[in-house]
Ligand binder design. Structure first.
Ligand code: ADP
Ligand code: MG
Length: 233
């Protein structure tokens, strides 16, 4: 039933936020093939972040199936789902969600605490974190700085290193370039692609910026894969 090359499968998914019946998202079908880079485009409020929350299992679909790496995430308990997410998915949020008072190193290594398989792929944590920083165009010695003291562009790279460490099979990025200027955006995307190609990671990035389209293997419009019900309250 689950194709070998598929990393993500959504089937007949329906979701509405509790208490907010004015917004309902339906996704009949959405698949990602292992190793591809996909840009998901859609206007603000079209449910992009909601869809990512469904994929990550931070919210559960009221109907339908969300399957990551062959596991139907509805079959997992809440605790299992948290560990599964940490193992399978590297997350880059719009606001980065770094711990500002913790060091860059501690921020990068954080997901490994919840993901033994990911941790087992990291033999020398500090060295690998330093290497990721270097690959992402940060100075290696940035590792000891407090995350909150870095520039926005630098923090975005740290958030990216945190998503990439231990090579989770799926990287999900929610409008990660929205806080960056155009030049930094391009550099950042190049580095992200190089890293995901090096480890044949699947990349799903969400944006409302169609200008990024030609840099991805595939572009998906939110309106092509979903129906949104909007009722005035
Ligand atoms: P996008 O990311 O495409 O801008 P969202 O998924 O954030 O869209 O939002 C889609 C709809 O869901 C909006 O109407 C928004 O207000 C609502 N929504 C998003 N997050 C929440 C939440 N945590 N609780 C309740 N409603 C939410
Ligand atoms: Mg959003």
């Amino acid at each position: 039933m689950f194709e070998e090359a598929s990393i993500l499968k959504l089937k007949d998914v329906r979701y509405s936020w509790p208490g907010r019946f004015s917004f309902g998202l339906t996704v009949p079908e959405f698949d990602l093939t292992s190793g591809e880079t996909v840009l998901l485009l859609g206007e603000s409020g079209s449910g992009k972040s909601t869809l990512l929350s469904l994929i990550c299992g931070t919210v559960s679909a009221q109907f339908g199936m969300v399957s990551v790496s062959g596991t139907d995430i509805a079959s997992l308990s809440a605790g299992e789902r948290d560990r599964f997410r940490a193992e399978q998915i590297g997350l880059i949020f719009q606001q980065f969600n770094l711990l500002p008072y913790a060091s860059v190193l501690d921020n990068i290594l954080l997901p490994l605490d919840f993901a033994p398989e990911r941790r087992s792929r990291v033999n020398t944590p500090k060295e690998e974190a330093k290497q990721l920083c270097q690959d992402l165009g940060l100075p290696r010695d940035v590792i000891d700085a407090r995350a909150g003291t870095l520039s926005v562009g630098q923090q975005q790279r740290v958030a990216t290193a945190r998503a990439l460490i231990g090579q989770p099979p799926l990287i999900i990025a929610d409008e990660p370039t929205s806080a960056l200027d155009a030049a930094t955006q391009t550099t950042f995307l190049k580095l992200l692609f190089a890293q995901s190609k090096a480890h044949s990671t699947t990349l799903l990035m969400v944006s409302h910026d169609a200008r990024l389209a030609d840099q991805f293997d595939r572009v998906v419009q939110m309106s092509d894969i979903s129906q949104v019900e909007r009722q005035s309250a």
